[in-house]
Write a protein that binds this ligand. Structure first.
Ligand SMILES: [Zn+2]
Length: 251
């Protein structure tokens, strides 16, 4: 019985068309789109100390990790200045060439060190083109993958060679940040920076505090290339290379 009823309805009963409901009229086009908001606020911070002038030779670099004594919560990792063939390296994932160079330079470093480099390099607190950087977790915790939480503080000491005297200039560097902020992070970072500066001054080789003039090429395009390490941005009148500390040969 139900089959017969269906067939009869499907074969040309003129009233069946009228039984199909009219499609709903399209909704009117609104003046403005109804937007769903998406937003991400990232906050990063960093502090650097006054530089401390240390007299001595390249063996001083080996002493950098010890300047984190009593502060490092993880084994300090030393990051050498980047090789000059990776001159355009940048921790920017959408700039693929720069990101590839950055990973080639730092992909093997620990998650703590990579986080620290990302924060401090992005904020221009260190320059991995010539800075040697000894780094560790200084406060807070890491997530299950080993990356510092946003309120954790990372850092240590960064060093380069003074271009006029060849002394090693060492400064304390701390950084933090990510998806969030916490009220006491800044205060803790200031305290850690003070202790780092104290450790540098007590390292035994310190000659005293020094205003850190960032090494640089001076006016654009006047930089010269170090004959020893190939660093291309040495000041034309520099006596020493800020990256490798070797005496420049000026013809
Ligand atoms: Zn050099």
């Amino acid at each position: 019985m139900p089959l017969e009823f269906l067939r009869r309805k499907g074969t040309g009963n003129p009233s069946s068309k009228a039984a199909v409901p009219e499609p709903a009229p399209p909704p009117p086009v609104p003046e403005e789109a109804v937007a769903q908001e998406h937003q991400l606020r990232l906050t990063f911070g960093a502090k650097t100390s006054t530089g401390v002038r240390l007299q001595g030779g390249p063996q001083l670099l080996a002493a950098l990790p010890r300047m984190l004594d009593g502060l490092a919560m993880t084994e300090p990792e030393v990051v050498e200045p980047r090789v000059t063939t990776l001159a355009s390296a940048s921790p920017s994932i959408i700039r693929t060439e720069e990101a590839t160079e950055w990973l080639r330079a730092h992909g093997a470093n620990s998650p703590i060190t990579r986080h620290a480099l990302f924060v401090l390099e992005s904020l221009d607190a260190i320059d991995p083109a010539y800075d040697t950087f000894a780094c560790a977790l200084l406060d807070g915790v890491v997530d299950p993958s080993g990356y510092p939480e946003y309120a954790s503080i990372v850092g240590g000491v960064a060093a380069h060679w003074d271009e006029s005297t060849g002394d090693l200039i060492v400064r304390g560097v701390v950084g933090w940040g990510g998806r969030g902020t916490r009220g006491d992070t800044d205060r803790i970072a200031t305290r850690l920076l003070g202790r780092l500066l104290g450790n540098i001054l007590e390292s035994g080789e310190a000659l005293g505090l020094t205003g850190v003039d960032r090494p640089g090429a001076g006016p654009a395009g006047t930089g010269v290339t170090c004959q020893h390490c190939g660093y291309p941005n040495v000041h034309p009148r520099a006596v020493y290379c800020p990256k490798c500390g070797m005496r420049m040969l000026h013809s």
